[in-house]
Structures are given as C-alpha cells and as structure tokens.
Design a protein around this ligand. Sequence first.
Ligand code: FAD
Length: 381
Amino acid sequence: IDADVLITGAGPAGLVLGNLLRAAGIDCLILERQSREHVENRARAGFLAANSVRVLTGNGLADGLLRDGARHDTCAFRTDQAEFELKYGELGTGEVHTVYPQQFLVTDLIAEFLARGGEIRFETEVTSVSGTEATVIADDLLLRAEYIAGCDGQHGVSRQSVPARIFRRDHEISWLAILAEAPPSMSAIGYAIHERGFAGHMARTSTVTRYYLEVPRGEDPAAWPDERIWDELHVRMAAGYHGELKRGPIIERRIVDLGSRVMDTIQRGKLFLAGDAASLISPSAAKGANLALMEAEILAGALVAALEKGDTTALDRYSADCLPRIWRAQEFSHWMINLLHSPPGYGDEALFLRGLRDARLESLRVSRAHQNFFAENYVGI
Ligand code: FAD
C-alpha cells in the first residue's frame, strides 16, 4: 500500500483535506499534475465565507489569512444612474467575507502540509482512478491506498470513475475574467447591470483587482487589449457618473463559461469526490472554493473515523451530507445569475426577463426581508 489516503489534486479541496488528515496522523499522498510554482501562482477565487475561515482557523491553517486577509462586508449594485449598497455584514446572519487570494491560501496549505509530514508529487498526472479497487494510475505507476479522495477539479479524471446521474446547466453566459495590477476602485464588491452586459469589480489585494465583463460565447480574450477592457469597464460601471476606475496593466484575461454540474452521488466504493470534482458552480456567487473547503472538512472527519475506529457510518452518508448543501449553493448562484444578467436583444421575451430582473433588483433595494435573504445566502454555505 502506498498511502492510507491518496489525494488527486493540490487545490484548496485536496490540500485542506490533506492537512486535516495529517493533523490526525494519517498517512497521505497528494498527486498533482502541475508544478508547485504553477499552483502557487494560479489566481482564482478570493472571497472566503465565514465557514471557510472557521475551518481554516480551527485547524491551524489560517496564519496567512489572519495576517494578510481583509474583512469584506459590503456590496454595491449599480446601473447607469443609480447605485445602492448592501452592508451584508449587518444583515442576515451578520457574517462577512475574508478576502484572501486563492494562490496565497494554496501556498500556505502546501507549506503546512509538508511541515506536517505529508508528501506531494508535483508534475504527476493521474490518468485513471478505481474506487472499487482503491487504486490510482499516475505516470504509468499503479498506486494503492485504503481510500482515494478525488480532488482534481473540474477537468480531473476522478469524477469519471463515479457512475452517477449528472444534472447540468450551461447558462449560455460567458465572462472575461480579468486581473488588473491596480488598486480596487471601490470599497465594496461592485455589480454593474448594464444593457451592454454585466460588469463586476472585486478587490483582491491593495494592488490587484479582479474585474469581470460579460462577453459573447466564444470570444477570444486576445480581442480585449488593455485599453478596450478599461473603456468597456468605464461604460458598464458608469464610472463617469459614479467615480473613475483606477487603471493599471491587465495581468490576466481568460474566458469563464458559466456552467453548473451536480451529480446524484459523489462516492463510489473507496473513492470520494470533493471540490470542483464533486460539483461545478458558476462563479456568480463566489461559492466554489467555499464548497471545496466545506466538503474537505466533512470528508476528513469521515476518513479519520473509518481509519482510526473502523467506523464507516460518516463515509457511507458522505454524499447525503454534502448534496443538500451543494444544491443550496447552486440555487443561490442561479439566483445571482438571474439578478446580474438578462438575455441580449429587444424581443418580447428578452424584455420580459429584463423587467423581472429590474423588479428583483428593486425589491433587493427596498425590502429588508429580501436583503436578509441575500446576505444569509451570500456569505453562508
Ligand atoms: P482546483 O482548485 O481546480 O484544484 C484541482 C487540482 O487538481 C489542480 O491543482 C489541478 O492541477 C489538479 N489536477 C487536475 N487534473 C489532474 C490529474 N489528472 N492528475 C493530477 N492532478 C490533477 N470560488 C469562490 O469560492 N470564490 C471566488 O471568488 C471564486 N472566483 C473564481 C474566479 C475564477 C476566474 C475561477 C476560474 C474560479 C473561481 N472560483 C471562486 C472557483 C474556485 O476557484 C474553485 O471552486 C476552486 O479552485 C475549487 O477547488 P478544488 O480544489 O476543488 O479544485
């Protein structure tokens, strides 16, 4: 046997799981396709929900986050002439986000996992996983374990080994995800609703800001040089009216097609999926990394019980424990998609859906009940 637990993928799910297992003295090995440098520099998420911060803090994984993370408690919805802010930290359950870029978290988690005696094989591609045999093939080597955790993300191989019914939706919306070497332009998370399409503003650090621009499906990011991006953000975020954007060089531009996927089971024999391998959620409500951490915590507890006490009750009900939370996050994420977008054009149906979107936005502006619903779901999992 090569390890008690073999983990495919060194993303947030695999690394949190690995750290929790090492804390319990369980022998585990992580196999990661990319180099260490690559995963430590891959900018993606940034908004950690209160539950994620609890998981990290409660397990000694939050030193960097507590030192350099920033509290975030307000978002702003803006149109051409109007803007309203929701101080979600004072609504709903009163919880806030902590902004800490995912690549910083991954860097911290790798260092801590190695310090706890874990092993990571970088540049090692898993090509096949068997939940019934508890084996993995990586770089032509057959590896055996008591259990396998499939944490290899959206494009990994683990989920292909779980025969499941798959429910999916292509939202037929694409975003150009942009990282700008520029300080945030607003203190709030900014959602701009514009007839040319959605635009978003999310702080990352004092010198880097993430922006999103809704673009047609199939768009080539190369068609968006820096100046075009800033000019379009200026228009959609109504910067002439609400305040100029702080411009700087664009350091990353990539297309994200908004899609969702849920499986009716996320386990098969000795194989258990977590994170984007288990379910895919559109980034509209910033839930992906937070679901990954929640599942990693549940799976770690279940694996420890199985390996230390021979009690597999929690492992047996792993899917049943996770799926209702996954669906709840999907539901809110879908709600957000409908709040931020409407179909293009001026046909009857497009105009009808735009009317619904505007009514929802107005309700969110004036209704305390609606604001509490938003806040509770926005930060909760
Ligand atoms: P990943 O982070 O994808 O990690 C999987 C790992 O497995 C990777 O390192 C990969 O290299 C490795 N791997 C894949 N295949 C193999 C293989 N065959 N063999 C070995 N290794 C393999 N979420 C939020 O909560 N908040 C946000 O604000 C947010 N913003 C986002 C912005 C963007 C632009 C994107 C793309 C995503 C965003 N997300 C956000 C989603 C979030 O980044 C993901 O949900 C999160 O990374 C999931 O973690 P994971 O560990 O499951 O998967």
